[in-house]
Design a binder for this molecule. Structure first.
Ligand code: FVH
Length: 295
């Protein structure tokens, strides 16, 4: 129990789906756990599993001797929950999804109140928490010493990757990966729309091919990063932009033939076309990054 455990005590504010999964992982790892949730019923069920329940956020903070983890809906709920509470000397770890700009503001806000601050961006869904084999992890940024001090606590529920002392960088990594995922889902949606009308097409088999192909293509991120770093966008090019852009005609014609709206693809195809028109057909995709940034 709380008095005999040698593990760092954890305080957790927020017991939604993710907070509850984190709570269970810390309890399973033997960390004494104090929880608070706006709707008390969610805390009560964890009390039955060994957590101590605080009646208010202020009470939870007052008794906290270890890290105080926030896992709330959004940054506004973090502000509301901590409003007026003495944060002097507290170690705050904010796992609430945020933008980079708001994470930096929240870090400054916490430090002005005498707290240490680490921001986190969770790259996992609740069923992945407490199951290292699923490959989930959290990006952390901000106070490096705080990350090191609480590394054991942070690594108990899922992986932990520190990505820099700029408090906005965890959110930036999180949102950048989610943005890439959104583009990938757009492509997958288009692909399924193309094959949908075909009666004698093995959908499960197609899904497997799609997953395999996306995995094989994912390695191009390294080629692109190397080109952006060196400034030579022709470096190591395996498929050049002129060829890819010309190939887009077949993609568009097939979309039309299969009665699929091409608008998930056309904005990116337009960037490729513009870069080729500027005389950069021998490059890889890196030049489209410049166009996207208006450079
Ligand atoms: N669930 C997921 O798949 C994703 C995975 C990636 C990371 N996200 C982020 O994690 C944060 C928490 O997400 P969650 O899944 O736990 O979210 P909910 O189940 O909706 O729970 C929300 C909790 O926030 C509390 N809350 C909401 N508004 C307020 C407020 N004004 N003051 C105090 N607490 C508030 C809510 O309380 P209650 O409704 O139970 O009273 C829940 O505890 C989130 O940033 C995701 O983006 C999850």
């Amino acid at each position: 129990d709380d008095h005999t455990s040698s593990k760092t005590p954890v305080t957790l504010l927020g017991l939604g789906d993710m907070g509850t999964a984190l709570a269970r992982a810390w309890l399973a790892a033997g960390h004494p756990l104090t929880v608070w949730n706006r709707t008390p019923a969610k805390a009560e069920r964890l009390a039955a599993e060994g957590a101590r329940v605080a009646a208010t956020p202020a009470e939870a903070l007052a008794s906290a001797t270890g890290p105080v983890v926030l896992c709330l809906l959004d940054d506004a709920s973090v502000g509301k929950t901590l409003d007026g509470i003495d944060l002097t000397g507290k170690d705050l770890i904010d796992l609430t999804t945020n933008t980079p700009a708001r994470s930096r503001l929240r870090a400054a806000w916490a430090e002005e109140r005498g707290a240490r601050f680490l921001d986190g961006g969770i790259m996992a869904v609740p069923p992945m928490i407490g199951r290292p084999e699923t490959g989930g992890y959290v990006f952390y940024s901000g106070d490096r010493a705080l990350f090191e001090r609480h590394r054991e606590v942070l690594e108990a529920p899922t992986g932990a990757k520190f990505v820099g002392e700029d408090a906005g960088h965890a959110a930036l990594h999180d949102i950048a990966l989610l943005s890439a995922m959104t583009g990938m889902f757009a492509g997958v949606t288009h692909a399924f729309a193309l094959v949908r009308p075909e009666k004698d097409l093995d959908r499960a088999g197609f899904a497997a091919l799609l997953a395999e192909w996306l995995g094989a293509m994912a390695g191009m991120t390294h080629e692109m990063a190397a080109q952006l770093e060196s400034g030579d966008y022709t470096e190591g090019v395996t498929s050049n932009l002129a060829m890819m852009s010309a190939g887009n005609d077949a993609l568009l014609a097939t979309a039309e033939g299969q009665s699929v709206d091409p608008r998930l693809l056309t904005p990116f195809m337009e960037l490729m076309r513009r870069r080729v028109a500027q005389g950069h057909g021998d490059e890889g995709l890196a030049g489209t990054v410049d166009l996207l940034r208006g450079e």
